[in-house]
Every structure is written in C-alpha cells, then in structure tokens.
Design a protein around this ligand. Structure first.
Ligand code: 28F
Length: 686
C-alpha cells in the first residue's frame, strides 16, 4: 500500500519506521522510564553507552561529553565510526538505520555486539525520536559524513560535508531534547551526569571519559526546585553562621560563583579496583591491596574487586553490562556464596576458627566490606520489583567458581591478609552473638510485658499503620508541646534526648545498648538488617522533627544515618520525612503570618508592607512555639510542609560514600566534601 503525498512517496517500510518512532513519542515512558529529569539524563547515557560498546569492543579509548549552551548535548568518541555503507535489508546507510529504526543495528539481534547497559538497550533511535533535532557526524576514510533528523524524521540523506585526517575515525552525536516531551525540565544537572560517567569509567578500565559544561550560569538552574535549593542554601548559611569555621569557607568560595567552564576527566587504569579504593577513600582499609579477580565462564565475563575497611557497614554494589543492579541477583548471590564458603574453609584450615565454634555467617564476613561485582552477559534477564535484579542462573555459578578458585589461591599466598579478615569476621561474629542476646533480651522483655513499647513513646490510638505517623522529636520541651499539639488518633510522638549515637562508627552490640536507638527500633516494629520486615512497620510516616538550626540539622543527619544503615527500605519505600517548622512569625495589626524561608518572609513583607509596627520573631527552636502554634504550622496534615527523603538508586554507591564521608571518623574527606560542595551551595542537594 503506497501513500503518495506531494513531496514524498512513502513506501511500506517508511511507514513502519515513522510508526516505530511515533510510538516512542506517544509513550516515551515505555522506553526511557520517565520524561522527568531522570529520563532527560537517560538520553545521554543511551548515547554514551553506544560509545562505551565501541570501547568494550576495543576500538575507542576516549569519549567526550559536552553540555553546550542551550542545554544541547554533544557526545563524541574516537571509535571506528558507525558504518556509512548501505544496509542491504533497509536499502539505506547503516547509520540511518541505527538512528531511525527501533532496536536497530547489530546491537540488538545478538551478534555479540551489544554488551553495555542503558535501559536494556533501547538505543540511539529512541534518543533521536525524543530530540527536537539530532545530528550525527562520522569521521572515516578521510571524510566527514553527516545526517540531521528532527523529532526522528530524516532532514536529508547522509552526505559528505568535509574532510578529516586519513587515519582519524569516530562518531559525534549532537542533540537537543524535545521540550514538548520533557515538559518538566530540559536543564541538565552537571553533578548527576558526573556521578554516572565516573561510574561508567570505573566499570570500563582504561576508558577516558571527559565531561565539560560550556553553559553560562543562568542556564544551569532548573527553576522547579529553585525554592528547595534556596532552602538548602538557607540551612547552610545558618550552619555557617553558627559554626563559624564554615563561614569563611562559604564566603571564600562564594565569589568563585563567577562563570568558569567546568570539566572533569575520569580515567581509571585499574577499573573496579580503583572503584573500591574510591569507596574506601573515607575509611581505613584493613589491608593495603584491593583484591581483584576476573575470568569468563558459561559465557559470562566476571570482574570482582573488594577490600575490607574498619567500619561495620557493608558497601557492595553489583552491575550487569555496566547497569547498576540495586536489587542484586544471581551474580551477587554467587559472590556471597563464594566468600562465605572460602573464608570459612580458610578459617577452619588455619585453626583460626576452632572446630567447636559455629561457622562465620555471610554478614560477619561482609562487615566492613567494600566490593564491586561486575558481570558482562549477552542476554541479561532482569527480575524484581523494579526490574533491577539479575535472573540469569549461569551468572551465579560463573561468579561463585571464579571467586572461590582465585580467592582460595590468594588467601594461601597472603596469610597475613587472610588472618586479618578472619579475625575481623570472628570479632563481628562475637558482637553479633552479644547483640542477639541483647535483642533477645529486648524481645523476651517485650514478650513478658506484652508489647513493651518505649516508655517515652506517646502512641496513637488508631492501630492501622496506613493511617498513622510517628514524630521523632528533639528534646523534651518540644516533645511535650508535640504531645499536647498532636492528633491522638493518628499521631505518635517519640521524644529523643539530645544527640543520638553515631551508628556509622559503632558495632551492633553498642547500638543495642543505646536507649534511644532501641526505642526507635521497638517503636517502628520492623526489626533491623536481616530481621527487617516491612510488613511489621507500625506507622506509614516517620517524621523527623528537629530545630531549624545547625544542631537540629546534625540530629536529623544522625537519625538518617541510623535509618539508612539499619532499615534502608524505610527510605527506599518513601516512609521517611523531615518536618519543616517555620523560621519566622510576623505579627501586624493582630494578624499573624508564618514564613518558612527568608524568601517567603520577603514576599509576605512586600504584600503587607515593611512599616515599623511589624513584629517579626525568628524561631530559634521548636521549644519557642506553644502547642497551638506547633500544630497549625508543623503538625496539621492540612497545613504543614513535609520533605520526603528520597533514595535515588542510580547513585547508591555515592549515597553510601556520602554518609561515610559526613559521619565517618576521617576528617580530611569531610573537609574536602564541604569544599567540593560549598562552591555550588545553590546546587547542593543534601
Ligand atoms: C557518540 C556515540 O554511537 N559510537 C558507535 C559504532 C561502531 C560500529 C557500530 C557504533 C553494526 C552495523 C549496527 C563500526 N565498524 N557513539 C557511538 N560506534 N555502531 S555506535 O556498528 C553498529 C552495528 O550497524 C561499528 C564496524 N563494526 C561496528
């Protein structure tokens, strides 16, 4: 069936092509997950993935990613250049096929070409369909070939537009995301791209990835969360005032606000070994070298790197074809099986573990472990809630065999390292036993006295968790007003006295001995770590309510560290919130306004006038509000502001590192973090 229009004869296959890309434009979420900021950034990862494939194939060693003025993206590699010859089946140049036909190219029909990640290989044609325009330039055999598309439609046939050095080859893609698709924002966040590109470089040893920002300051701000960034700026300013030292830090770096091109280069000869070193940069390693094993089995390419540190947390991240798998899967199971079995065999064989002593558990061995498990597999099967769990059974065996075999050999050759790991694991086992006793004691007590909830907890009467929320309140006075102010049916109050334990630096037995921690564990009801069961959660919302000053911010951070390290699912499933008390109370002619930021106070004053009989009170703490005010400004579900703590799984290794850097015991990395982030105080997302 042919449709003839004035300018063009549409053949059957052209119609199929247009329908293909039309489908992408009609339901973009099917192909890139969301058309919000995350989907916008995925466009870049898709194009970069294709260049990474060329690097994995051994033909490219440098990729340049540039954010140009107008938030136009350029990605350029020095690979072979996408083929320009006519693809027989399509009767068009291969490059046109790659950009105009969904799932086109040797990348998707097996053929071993496509091994890197992206959203399970949606490819360049989706990016093309979702771009207002896209241009591809290929340098090959001394010529520069070019083609341009608009919203996926070819503007002109592939043509030669210039010359390049004979031996220079490569592919350059430039595109402008379509703002009728990406309606929320088309502004790129340099730091988001930086995290993902650094991760890609760690996962592809020897590949240099350069990220450059050529935009003027004005076109970097994403106006949607402008207010939120202003709030964070506010908090930091206040923190600086109160703590003095950061003040000059903030000042001295602030005038650097002037325009200067940003650039970062990521190049790791050591690949995931360097990724593990990076994960441990704010910790003290237990031994010098990073263990590294690689091999291929069952058509699965395996790379594993790990190094213990002196903390009590486990930071293990797994990847398939450079895609992060936050829900783990068969590759991670293979890794866990291998190290548990191998370390127990070694501990027994070297008599570090007596015959009558129980086996070390996986958790004991993984205490303080920083590790990367990266597999490359031709046809990955993803499972789990968010399709981020690897299902291929052959990956379990491949990782288990390769790690068991090579780790056994390493431990035989390095008895000192082997001993230090086994001794730490045995200490962890003893602490876990002690903690279990402490917990069982808590359980037994609970069993004896019925649900002995912590004494200080003022529980709510409604017993359906979906309707209930618990406020964790700093200080007894605020706790008192909160108990008076609350709605008894659905709001529980748990007052905490002063600063809680920094769990980043404490072992399980010490944690169970801490009254405040125990009270929260009992009140929440879910249990922690391996015992964690989300179905036992007693409240739908856990709301941290602390003073809007630097001490309050510190307590919120300590509470978040505890929840993140012991019950991360509460954050991942969106149950954790920060209350937002007002900063100012404005009184005029017996009328009252509350302002939650300096900016908001300004706006109110513009409205009501700045004359003298205004009475402006700046709240220094929750305790300054009576129950009535606390209710109407901060606790009434109809009027309050809550900030939900979000967990972006794509940057989970960075989140882990941030907690360690901010809460760990090494000062230098923390100072670096403040310097690194203070200069972008407007863009800092805590
Ligand atoms: C900036 C983004 O997309 N780079 C790419 C290549 C190289 C080949 C290729 C890509 C084979 C036939 C489908 C070249 N020579 N950077 C990129 N570099 N795709 S994408 O082939 C694609 C498949 O069409 C390539 C020989 N074999 C493969």
């Amino acid at each position: 069936m042919n449709i003839t229009t004035v300018e063009h004869e549409y053949g059957a296959d052209e119609i199929q092509i247009l329908e293909g890309l039309e489908a992408v434009r009609k339901r973009p979420g099917m192909y890139i997950g969301t058309t919000a900021s995350r989907g916008l950034h995925h466009l870049v990862y898709e194009i970069v993935d294709n260049a990474v494939d060329e690097a994995l194939a051994g033909y490219c060693d440098t990729i340049n990613v540039t954010i140009n003025e107008g938030n136009i993206i350029t990605v350029e590699d020095n690979g072979r250049g996408i083929p320009v010859g006519i693809n027989k089946k399509a009767g068009k140049p291969a490059v046109e096929v790659v950009f105009t036909i969904l799932h086109a190219g040797g990348k998707f029909g097996g053929g071993g070409y496509k091994v890197s990640g992206g959203l399970h290989g949606v490819g360049a044609s989706v990016v093309n369909a979702l771009s207002e325009w896209l241009e591809v330039e290929i340098c090959k055999s001394g010529k520069i070939y070019k083609q341009r598309y608009e919203r996926g439609k070819v503007c002109y046939p592939l043509k030669v537009v210039g010359e390049c050095e004979k031996d220079k080859t490569g592919t350059k893609v430039t595109f402008l995301p379509d703002n009728t698709i990406f309606t929320e924002t088309t502004v790129y966040d340099y730091d988001v791209l930086k995290l993902r590109l650094r991760e890609m470089a760690f996962l592809t040893k020897g590949l240099r990835i350069v990220l450059t920002d050529k935009r003027k300051p004005g076109e970097k701000i994403n106006h949607n969360d402008e207010a939120e960034k202003a709030q964070i700026n506010e908090l930091l300013e206040r923190a600086a005032e109160d703590s003095g030292e950061e003040a000059e830090l903030l000042d001295e770096v602030k005038e650097e606000e002037t325009y200067k091109e940003r650039q970062d280069v990521f190049y790791y000869e050591g690949g995931i070994k360097e990724f593990v070193k990076y994960l441990n940069k704010s910790k003290t390693p237990l031994y010098d070298d990073v263990l590294y094993f690689e091999g291929e089995k069952n058509n699965v390419y395996v790379e594993v790197a790990f190094q213990h540190n002196d903390s009590f947390n486990e930071s293990v991240f797994s990847f398939v074809n450079n895609i992060n798998t936050p829900e783990g899967g068969t590759h991670l199971q293979g890794f866990r099986n291998a190290i548990t079995k191998t370390f127990n065999d070694y501990a027994r064989g070297s008599k570090l573990l007596k015959d009558n002593e129980p086996n070390l558990s996986g958790e004991d061995i993984r205490e303080g472990l920083a590790a990367i498990v990266s597999v490359k597999i031709e046809d990955p099967q993803f499972e789990g809630q968010t399709k981020q769990k690897l299902g291929n059974s052959e990956a379990r065996g491949a990782v288990d065999n390769i790690v068991s075999e090579q780790l056994t050999y390493f431990l035989e050759q390095n008895p000192t390292v082997a001993k230090s790991i086994c001794e730490k694991s045995i200490l962890a086992q003893r602490a876990r036993e002690a903690a279990r006793k402490a917990r069982d004691l808590t359980r037994r007590k609970t069993a004896l006295e019925g649900m002995a909830l912590p004494g200080k907890l003022a529980d709510c009467s409604d017993k359906d968790p979906k309707n209930c929320e618990i406020y964790i309140v700093e200080g007894d006075s605020a706790g008192g007003s909160a108990k008076t102010a609350r709605s008894r049916a659905t709001q529980a109050i748990l007052p905490l006295r002063g600063k809680i334990l920094n769990v980043e630096k404490a072992r399980l037995d010490k944690i169970y001995a801490n009254a405040e921690i125990k009270a929260m564990i009992t009140a929440f009801g879910t249990g922690i770590h391996e015992d964690f069961d989300i179905s036992k959660l007693r409240y739908d919302k856990i709301i941290l309510m602390t003073d809007a000053d630097v001490d309050g911010a510190h307590i919120s951070t300590l509470l978040l560290t505890f929840i993140y390290r012991f019950m991360p699912e509460l954050i991942k499933q969106g149950h954790v919130y920060l209350a937002k008390p007002p900063l100012y109370k404005l009184e005029k002619n017996r009328k009252i306004w509350y302002a939650y930021s300096d900016e908001e106070l300004d706006n109110i004053l513009k409205e009501v006038g700045r004359d003298q009989n205004n009475k402006i009170q700046r709240y220094k703490g929750l305790g300054e509000m009576d129950a009535e005010q606390l209710w109407e400004t901060t606790m009434d579900p109809e009027r309050r502001i809550l900030l939900r703590v979000n967990y972006d799984e794509e940057i989970e290794s960075e989140i882990d590192l941030t907690f360690t850097t901010l809460m760990g015991d090494k000062v230098e990395p923390r100072r670096e973090f403040i310097e690194e982030n203070a200069k972008f105080v407007k863009n800092l997302d805590i």
